[in-house]
Design a protein around this ligand. Structure first.
Ligand SMILES: [Zn+2]
Length: 242
């Protein structure tokens, strides 16, 4: 089986080299390293250079890191835009204490950059699903992944109607909201990920755990792990143009 982890904060791992070797051994052929601010974007670009056979970089500005005027952060993304395959992690989060208007303006700006440069966006939308969707729709962006989607199901159908994707994390093993989204989404619109190094009920994720996402999706979709691997890998190659 060949699988792709489409969302990992690789720069937060202590031993990236070891995590990549372990993942490769298990059939992981590519990992999208996602950035959260200029410092992490820089690290992701360096890792993608160092491990170019395995790591592809996405540049982002996580809503959790929006504590001040993001002009410098956005400039970094624009300067390095040709070095990345996607913009992410970006988005909005209404469950944290960050200025919502600043979140909105920032996402709007980043989506504009994504459209100008024909890059997909990897979206964080926790608690802000409807507003993120509106901005994405208004941007007319061609490719978008609603990462770890756990939002309302009627909105999910609008997301899918516009041709966008959702990603499945190991939380698909137990999160009712995430499971429901996966059940409702055609397998042709699902990509796998780990959100490394998120802690899933006591397990700190590494890219190898994309197999847990895979098996959870297989169970929910009543498909074999081999089928899920084949289809979701094809989806990832398509949406990220790998
Ligand atoms: Zn993430």
């Amino acid at each position: 089986m060949k699988v792709i982890d489409t969302h990992a904060h690789l720069e937060e791992l202590n031993d990236v080299q070891r995590a990549l070797a372990e993942a490769r051994e298990a059939g992981v052929i590519k990992i999208v390293g996602v950035g959260s601010d200029s410092k992490s974007n820089q690290r992701i670009l360096a890792l993608a250079k160092q491990f170019s056979e395995m790591v592809v970089p996405a540049l982002g500005l996580h809503p959790w890191n929006l504590e001040h005027d993001p002009a410098e952060e956005i400039k970094f993304i624009e300067v390095h835009i040709d070095e990345c395959i996607a913009l992410g992690e970006v988005g909005m989060d209404y469950w944290i204490d960050r200025d919502q208007e600043l979140q909105r303006r920032t996402l709007e700006t980043i989506l504009k950059i994504a459209v100008e440069h024909d890059k997909p966006a990897i979206l964080h939308s926790r608690g802000a699903w409807q507003d993120v969707f509106e901005l994405v729709r208004e941007s007319n962006i061609e490719r978008a992944i609603f990462h770890w989607y756990s939002g309302p199901i009627d909105l999910l159908h609008q997301i899918l109607d516009l041709g966008y994707y959702i990603s499945a994390t190991p939380a698909a093993e137990y999160s009712r909201h995430h499971q429901r989204a996966i059940v409702e989404t055609p397998i042709e619109r699902i990509v796998l990920e780990t959100d490394t190094p998120v802690n899933y009920r006591g397990m700190e994720a590494r890219p190898v755990h994309v197999l847990r996402s895979l098996n959870a999706v297989a169970k929910l979709k009543e498909l074999s792990p081999e089928e899920v691997a084949e289809i979701t890998t094809r989806n990832a190659i398509q949406v990220f143009r790998l």
